[in-house]
Ligand binder design. Structure first.
Ligand code: PRT
Ligand code: MG
Length: 218
């Protein structure tokens, strides 16, 4: 249905932070997103649907046009190798930092470090830029465990408060990138549904600016 707008939103913390921005743009889910098991949520607007999916699947849905727009983390986008996406807006939510971390004085000076991460491409790029050879071990979660059981010397992961690192005796070592959630748009939708998409991007931009102004006045 060309008149329907589908927005893919990462479940979890991004969804929680995205809800107030969507509400400020006039989009409120009808089904309770917390208790409902529905994957497609109807909203107060007949022609706007939300699909709630894993962060790492959002770019795929949007690139293939299964969703017109999406909300996901910059960390996910940095790892994604697609080309059918526009990224018109930084939503300034779910902020964190992509960091190299490890035990204090971890195996530095060693010739070939082993790095555990789910961010394989970012990690490869980061070390390649420094001309350093590292061995990368792909994990899907709980990167903090890897150095504790000597699976790896160091990890690359997103860090917010740093409490998880600290609780596991690890330290942030090097800052790789600042991360926040982004609005992404399918290229064909940007053409075919130009007016709707642009109106939504504009109202989300306003919501982000208002949120920023509110945060600054506190
Ligand atoms: O299931 P899947 O792997 O696809 O996603 P997920 O379960 O990791 O989703 P979720 O809800 O955790 O959200 C992931 C997205 O939120 C990431 O892609 C980031 O864009 C963003 N984000 C922001 C974060 C964090 N902050 C964050 N702190 N994602 C994960 N974390 C982890 C961090 O890796 C650490 O293990 O949370 C833990 C606690 O962080 P500290 O530093 O506050 O202790
Ligand atoms: Mg998680």
């Amino acid at each position: 249905m060309t008149n329907t707008i589908t927005i893919a939103v990462s479940k979890g913390r991004i969804f929680k932070d995205a809800l107030p921005l969507l509400a400020a743009s006039g989009i409120v889910p009808i089904d309770d997103p917390v208790t409902s098991r529905k994957l497609v949520l109807d909203t107060n607007q007949d022609d706007v649907k939300l699909v709630i999916i894993r962060a790492s699947d959002v770019p795929t849905y949007v690139e293939y046009g299964a969703a017109d727009m999406g909300i996901t983390g910059k960390d996910v986008l940095l790892e994604y190798e697609g080309e059918g996406l526009y990224e018109p807006l930084d939503l300034e939510i779910a902020r964190c930092r992509l960091m190299l971390a490890g035990p204090p004085a971890a195996a530095r000076g060693q010739t070939r470090l082993r790095i555990a991460t789910k961010y394989v491409k970012c990690t490869r790029r980061y070390f390649a830029e420094q001309g350093k050879q590292v061995e990368i071990i792909k994990l899907y979660g709980s990167m903090e465990l890897a150095p504790l059981v000597r699976l790896a010397d160091l990890i690359v992961d997103v860090v917010d408060t740093g409490n998880t690192l600290k609780a596991n005796g690890l330290e942030p070592l090097e800052h790789i990138a600042d991360i926040s959630s982004r609005l992404i748009v399918n290229k064909a939708s940007m053409k075919m549904k130009h007016a709707r998409v642009n109106a939504f991007v504009r109202s989300m931009a306003e919501a982000v600016a208002q949120r920023r102004a509110g945060a600054q006045s506190q």
